[in-house]
Design a protein around this ligand. Structure first.
Ligand SMILES: Nc1ncnc2c1ncn2[C@@H]1O[C@H](COP(=O)(O)OP(=O)(O)O)[C@@H](O)[C@H]1O
Ligand SMILES: [Mg+2]
Length: 263
């Protein structure tokens, strides 16, 4: 069963067709790069999966369940299966790394424990193991806002591990990072896909990173699915088709990435 299956997904904002008849699937253990220039519809696609947005047409299935059909507890449970990682490291800055990872357990522990911040020992163990998994055990008690951008993104990955997410949606998680940190973050995402069988759908701008880290590349342009291919099959021809006339300006390599604005 696919971890994520989109069928005929469409979303319009006024005159803008942000998504048009998009169908794709991500299997457990697969790292799929969602490529596309700015405005292609990548964030809109993610928002439709988490139901922050209601698609105009089409179907979103997470682990075989139709998200639109779920209500109440069933919807909360289904959402718990989906871990989110954003471009802006959305950690709670004044909490330490461990506290942020424990926040991933919120869907699993009763509300009174959250209010009193008394997480059971096994939750703390799970959170520490998740930090260890991304190589940040020694930073467990350091405030999140004192960590580097790349470290903060790895804490966010530890949080989705602690959440026990089966599907991770990462919306340009390395767009604000230097090349070295970007590689560390993508390595961690690839590792959780391979080792934990988590399905990862990761929006990226950089073709070279998609080719190096992803199993498969899915490319959007103007809301339409332009191609789906093995990462190895994403060649110069496919790249030109995606970025078209602006291929010269496309953020293809490390050099362009360094020139790109920070946010
Ligand atoms: N809330 C919104 N209201 C109006 N237009 C939107 C909204 N969200 C996205 N769009 C438009 O939809 C298109 C796709 O945007 P988006 O999904 O953010 O692209 P990407 O994440 O690939 O850069 C763009 O033309 C964008 O301007
Ligand atoms: Mg976006």
């Amino acid at each position: 069963m696919a971890a994520l299956r989109l069928s005929g997904l469409s979303k319009r904002f006024g005159e803008t067709l942000a998504l048009e008849d998009v169908s794709l699937a991500v299997e457990p253990g697969e790292f799929v790069a969602l490529l596309g220039p700015s405005g292609a519809g990548k964030s809109t696609l993610f928002r439709c999966v988490t139901r922050l947005l209601r698609p105009d047409a089409g179907r979103v299935e997470v682990l075989g369940r139709d998200m639109a059909a779920l209500r109440g507890r069933a919807l909360r449970e289904a959402r718990r299966n989906v871990g989110l990682i954003f471009q802006q490291f959305n950690l709670i800055g004044r909490l330490d790394a461990l506290g942020n990872v424990l926040a991933g357990r919120l869907g699993h522990v009763p509300t009174w424990r959250v209010v009193l911040r008394t997480f059971p020992g096994r939750d703390r163990q799970l959170a520490l193991a998740a930090l260890d998994r991304v190589g940040l055990l020694e930073k467990a008690y350091q405030r999140a806002d004192s960590l580097s951008g790349g470290q903060q993104q790895r804490v966010a990955i530890a949080r989705v591990l602690a959440q026990r997410a089966r599907l991770v949606l990462a919306d340009e998680p390395v767009a604000s990072l230097d090349p070295h940190s970007a590689e560390a973050v993508l390595s961690a995402l690839r590792a959780i896909a391979r080792d934990e069988g988590i399905a990862v759908l990761c929006a990226l701008h950089q073709v070279d990173l998609a080719r190096r880290f992803a199993d498969r590349v899915v490319a959007l342009r103007d809301g339409r699915l332009l191609l789906q291919t093995d990462a190895a099959g994403f060649d110069e021809h496919a790249f030109r088709a995606l970025y078209g006339a602006c291929a010269e300006d496309a953020p293809a390599g490390a050099e362009a990435r360094e020139k790109a604005p920070a946010a």
